[in-house]
Design a protein around this ligand. Structure first.
Ligand SMILES: C[S@@+](CC[C@H](N)C(=O)[O-])C[C@H]1O[C@@H](n2cnc3c(N)ncnc32)[C@H](O)[C@@H]1O
Length: 333
């Protein structure tokens, strides 16, 4: 698979698991909380663009997910389009946005803004999406945003800025972090003038994945793209990666299920994780813990036997003893 195919298949997997969880990790539980998180983000964006915006604007949202932020923005602008690489996310967005007739959402390639003509939008915005993309994809979206923005159009986006951090190109979830100069230079190369940055407070998006230095950056289209980057990476084959953050997100979801008394769902999540990445320990242990807590020691034993097949070097017996220790202790006392 190339990087576009990899991003598509992985975001579809996440959206199939639980679309809202993967877009708003702490606010996915009910409609009211989810809507409030979208409103908070929309308000931050609105206050950032307020000095320049008007209600006749046409808006494009890159990586719109299920339309969390599009929904509260709909009453402020004339026409809004959301695009996302994941067809599954877009299917959910149709439900979440179904009463709005000035908002449309579409599945796209994930590496360009191909369906849209030059100079067709007043504002392009993106929130908690660029940070998950490999650097060349982000760079290409900047170039493409420049193309589809009207003269003097605006680009508003969130990105973590600090010590530059990167990861493997095939990792579609771990957050990339940009250096201040790196971001300024990239914007300049793509024909944007940075107007300013707003630091986000914890109310705007209450996910613990937010770094304190995540801001909304506002830039104005001001010149031509200088030296468009080459796109040879687009067709290159890339490997498969199941990142640590992916694992943690599933494990965290399973833990929340357990706290809410939804053990079956937790077990299903551990099972799904084991299929994705059988050589990682956390999912096996999670399953065993749940089974032991439920008194299903035979099933726990069975899972540990499967673990030793998947990971022959692992000392399953030690794990069983560790997990059973508190139960054994309470039986002894
Ligand atoms: C964490 S979610 C955030 C969704 C939305 N922006 C929000 O704030 O509710 C990231 C979204 O970006 C989308 N995405 C990831 N890579 C993408 C790409 N290369 N092009 C377009 N969308 C992408 C994912 O499918 C997912 O819906």
């Amino acid at each position: 698979m190339n990087i576009a195919e990899t991003m598509k298949s992985e975001w579809n997997r996440r959206a199939k698991h639980h679309a809202r969880y993967w877009v708003a990790t702490e606010d996915f539980h009910d409609d009211r909380k989810f809507a409030k998180s979208g409103k908070n983000t929309a308000n931050a964006l609105l206050s950032r663009v307020a000095p320049y915006s008007n209600s006749s604007w046409s808006i494009l949202n890159i990586g719109c997910g299920v339309g969390r932020v599009l929904k509260p923005l709909a009453s402020h602008f004339q026409h809004l389009i959301g695009i996302d690489i994941s067809g599954e996310m877009i299917a959910h967005s149709k439900q979440w946005l179904n009463e709005l007739n000035n908002v449309e959402t579409r599945e796209t390639s994930g590496v360009d803004l191909h369906p849209f003509r030059n100079e067709s939008f007043d504002l392009v915005y993106s929130f908690v999406a660029f940070q998950h993309m490999p650097r060349p994809v982000f760079a290409r979206y900047l170039e493409e945003s420049h193309r589809v923005l009207k003269i003097h159009g605006y680009l508003a986006f969130q990105i973590p800025v600090g010590v530059p951090l990167d990861t493997a190109i095939e990792d579609t979830i771990t957050m990339r972090q940009y250096g201040t100069h790196e971001l300024a230079e990239e914007l300049q190369r793509c024909g944007f003038q940075l107007i300013g940055e707003t630091h986000l407070d914890t109310n705007i998006q209450s996910s613990n994945r937010m770094e304190p230095n995540c801001g909304i950056y506002l830039a104005k289209k001001s010149g031509a793209v200088i030296r468009p980057k080459n796109t040879c990476w687009l067709q290159a084959e890339c490997g498969q990666a199941f990142s640590l953050l992916d694992t943690r997100m599933y494990v965290w979801y399973a833990e929340q299920c357990l706290q809410a008394g939804r053990e079956k769902e937790a077990l299903r999540t551990y099972e799904a994780l084991r299929q994705q990445s059988p050589d990682s320990l956390e999912k096996w242990i999670g399953t065993v813990e749940v089974l032991v807590e439920r008194g299903k020691l035979d099933e726990a034993q069975d899972t540990l036997e499967k673990l030793t097949v998947a990971l022959p070097t692992y000392q399953a017996l030690n794990t069983l003893l560790e997990i059973q220790k508190p139960h054994l202790k309470s039986n002894i006392s």
